[in-house]
Each structure stands twice: as C-alpha cells, then as structure tokens.
Design a protein. Structure first.
Length: 159
C-alpha cells in the first residue's frame, strides 16, 4: 500500500518515506527551527538521526564517539553521578568525582579523586589531594593527602 499526496508517492509499499523533502511531525512547518513551544511527542522504537535539536537533557544511553565528550567545568572538575560534587563552587578545582553523591560535600577542596557510590559523600569539604575508591570509601576521612579503599574507616596511606 502506497500513500500519495497530490499524485506523488510519499510512502511506498516498503513503508519508506520517499521524495518528500522536509517532513514535520507535530508541526505545520517542517522547515521552522524547533523551539520550546513545540511540545509534540514523536514515539519511535529505533531512530537514526543526523542532528537532534534541543538541550538533550532527556537523552540516555547514547554513544558519543570521540575523546572529549565528557567535559570538565570551568574549574577543571570532572563529575558524573546523581548528587556527585553538588556543593563545588568557584574555588573547588581539579577534582574527579564519579558515583552517586561522590564528593557531595566538597566546596573548596582541590585535586581529589572520589570514585564509587557515596565515596567521601559527607566527610571532605575542603581536603586536598585525597583518594577514596569504593562503596562509601572515605566515609570517616577529613584532611589532606589520604587514601581510602572500600568502606573502611581507616586511612590506608597518608603522606
């Protein structure tokens, strides 16, 4: 079954859109820029796109080929995870926080590495050059130049 408009086939028997030029779904002008006022929804199982317009806040599980797709903030911090590094500000520099609430309390510490679920979540606010790796690692830490692995409340190494 083909679908035709003004005598021209726009969807052929294989269900492919052909010879259609611009196609708009949820809009009356398919050539107009997408804006926040266009809230129409298009539901699809699988899509291949050249460009996606908008802020991308709802895009998940996408491969972003390239080496610079995880961008640091203006202070050189790299952060990933819900609530991770949430209190960092202009004097919180060169940290790596990965995991749910990793480094959540840090607001002036520099050069820290906190990896894992709740790693150094509440303890470090201004410590420098610390490493906490693992589930709740560094939960008893405070200060500078300390290393924590797993959820132990003891410093494994201090320099």
């Amino acid at each position: 079954m083909a679908i035709k408009l003004s005598g021209s086939t726009i969807i052929d028997d294989s269900r492919q859109i052909i010879n259609a030029g611009n196609v708009g779904i949820g809009t009356t002008d398919p050539t107009a820029k997408v804006t926040a006022s266009n809230t129409a929804v298009l539901a699809a199982g699988v899509g291949t796109f050249h460009k996606v317009y908008g802020d991308g806040s709802e895009l998940i599980n996408i491969g972003l080929g390239g080496t610079d797709t995880w961008n640091q903030d203006a202070q050189g911090n790299l952060v990933a995870g819900v609530g991770a590094g949430v209190k960092r500000d202009a004097d919180t520099c060169s940290n790596l926080f990965i995991g749910c609430k990793a480094g959540a309390a840090v607001n002036s510490g520099d050069k820290n590495i906190f990896l894992g679920y709740y790693a150094a979540k509440d303890t470090f606010t201004s410590g420098n050059c610390n490493i906490a790796i693992g589930n709740e690692a560094g939960k008893c830490g405070n200060g500078d130049n300390q290393v924590f692995l797993r959820s132990f409340c003891r410093i494994l190494y201090e320099w």
